[in-house]
Design a protein around this ligand. Structure first.
Ligand SMILES: CC(C)(COP(=O)(O)OP(=O)(O)OC[C@H]1O[C@@H](n2cnc3c(N)ncnc32)[C@H](O)[C@@H]1OP(=O)(O)O)[C@@H](O)C(=O)NCCC(=O)NCCS
Length: 183
């Protein structure tokens, strides 16, 4: 169901089972996993295989459009970005991660900007949103740079490893995205 999306430096393509090793390589780094609610740590190849299997067997009402973020020059998988939605809802939530060696090069912003375009233009969504741990300002910065609006902090609204954290919410509606992407 996923298309192949391209940006200046990246190709966003559907995940495939052969990606399990690369995913494990990047995600098993604690610095990646600890900023997410769902990625376990330690992380083994079997976790990646299970996750990839679940991507294709999701229940019929929940649509997960998950893309491998790859470098267009080499084809190397450097991360992952996904849109998650209920088939009847005009909104979606996104999530992403990049392997540590690739941080700080603008890749997440580049991938997210294309995912926003895909969501609003190609799918016709009215709203796209996400959240991050309050102690992960880099993710908030990516969201700001891609045009999302800060929508507030919820105290102790997310957890990882039994610990509760404050959650920072961001969102964007289609008309604001159009205004942002044409200026
Ligand atoms: C969040 C993540 C995807 C960002 O990827 P990236 O490719 O480095 O992002 P970009 O290079 O596009 O932008 C990062 C921005 O954050 C800024 N930043 C980095 N560390 C920061 C910090 N501690 N505080 C504030 N801003 C910070 C960078 O300076 C940059 O902003 P700038 O361009 O204005 O200088 C990556 O760090 C990651 O995978 N983290 C672990 C998983 C994760 O957090 N996923 C998201 C869960 S909500």
């Amino acid at each position: 169901m996923n298309r192949i999306l391209t940006t200046k430096r990246l190709i966003l393509r559907p995940m495939r089972m052969e990606d399990a090793e690369a995913i494990t390589h990047w995600v098993s780094d604690r610095r990646v996993a600890e900023m997410t609610t769902l990625i376990p740590h330690p992380y083994a190849l079997a976790d990646a295989v299970e996750w990839l299997k679940r991507l294709v067997t999701h229940d019929e009402h929940h649509i997960h459009q998950v893309f491998a973020i790859t470098l267009s020059e080499s084809g190397e998988l450097i991360g992952c970005i996904g849109l998650h939605r209920n088939e009847t809802a005009p909104w979606a939530e996104f999530g992403y991660w990049l392997g540590v060696p690739f941080w700080g090069n603008g890749y997440a912003t580049e991938a997210l900007s294309e995912i926003l375009r895909f969501g609003f233009e190609d799918i016709g969504l009215r709203r796209i949103e996400a959240c991050h741990f309050a102690h992960n300002p880099a993710s908030g910065r990516v969201m700001q740079k891609a045009g999302l609006h800060y929508e507030g902090k919820q105290r102790l609204r997310c957890q990882r490893g039994g610990q509760l954290f404050d959650r920072i919410n961001y969102g964007l509606i289609d008309e604001d995205w159009r205004a942002f992407s044409t200026c």
